[in-house]
Design a protein around this ligand. Structure first.
Ligand SMILES: [Zn+2]
Length: 264
């Protein structure tokens, strides 16, 4: 078993230029920018077709913007417009599965897997990114991750893409009773420092969801670059971890599609 000292040796590089196509399958508008906005941008810049297959319209979200830019009725339309703007910033295509927000866990997993598998095949995806089932913290995250594992499993082994999982770690995972340490270190690290401003711009395009987050940081960092302001208070460890995720690196676990997920 690798230990912490071996982390660098076990980390696999993800080379966008070597990809045929990238497909990201997550449930909500903004999940793509948080988890893989840098990786998507790097693929787009390398001329690799990159698609976000977005499960829902995010219309049950509790955030409405700061100040509010939507209400319960208009949130769906607002988030679709924001999603298309974020996709434009990242240079990717976006397609919606049209599932009901906050209800993905009630979908028939095999039916959903069949729909996702058809996208994997049509898009000729060489890599698929989804949530690590059981470590997504949100039921929609775990459900779409599980269905995506089933989708890849349903393909003949030679046609299967590399399957990467996003695990929610840190304080959010701790609150949900998940121990990131059980997973060890992610095997794949993508250096996003060359494109992080695009990731931040894409997150800002999801204004109804992210305005509060950026407002919290306004006295600590330059809001455009997230670089520390002179004389700013020392950020806490959680804030620094956030900044690393947004500006330095995206990390993924390699998922074995034949291994039982935590939902089986
Ligand atoms: Zn989400």
């Amino acid at each position: 078993m690798p230990n912490a000292v071996d982390v660098d040796q076990t980390t696999q590089a993800f080379v966008p230029q070597e990809q045929e196509a990238l497909l990201v399958v997550l449930p909500h508008p903004d999940d793509e920018s948080f988890s893989s906005g840098g990786t998507l941008s790097l693929c787009a810049d390398a001329g690799v077709p990159a698609t976000y297959l977005c499960g829902t319209y995010g219309d049950m979200g509790r955030r409405m913007g700061n100040p509010p830019v939507a209400n319960r009725e208009s949130l769906r339309d607002v988030r679709v417009v924001e999603m298309r703007a974020a996709a434009e910033v990242l240079g990717i295509a976006v397609e919606f599965l049209g599932l009901r927000d906050k209800c993905v866990e009630f979908e028939d997993a095999d039916d959903l897997a069949a729909r996702i598998a058809s996208y994997v095949t049509t898009k000729k995806a060489s890599t698929v990114i989804t949530f690590y089932p059981g470590f997504g913290v949100h039921p929609d995250h775990d459900a779409i991750g599980h269905a995506t594992v089933l989708a890849v499993r349903s393909l003949p082994p030679r046609e299967r893409p590399l399957l990467l999982g996003v695990a929610v770690t840190g304080a959010d995972a701790a609150r949900a009773g998940l121990d990131g340490a059980k997973l060890g270190e992610p095997e794949v690290t993508v250096d996003i420092s060359a494109v992080y401003k695009r990731k931040i711009a894409a997150l800002k395009a999801h204004n109804s969801q992210t305005a509060t987050m950026f407002a919290q940081w306004v006295n600590v960092w330059d809001p455009e670059t997230l670089e520390e302001l002179p004389g700013a208070p020392e950020p806490d460890a959680q804030t620094i971890a956030w900044r690393d995720r947004l500006t330095k690196r995206e990390r993924f676990y390699v998922l074995d599609p034949d291994a039982r997920t935590l939902r089986e």
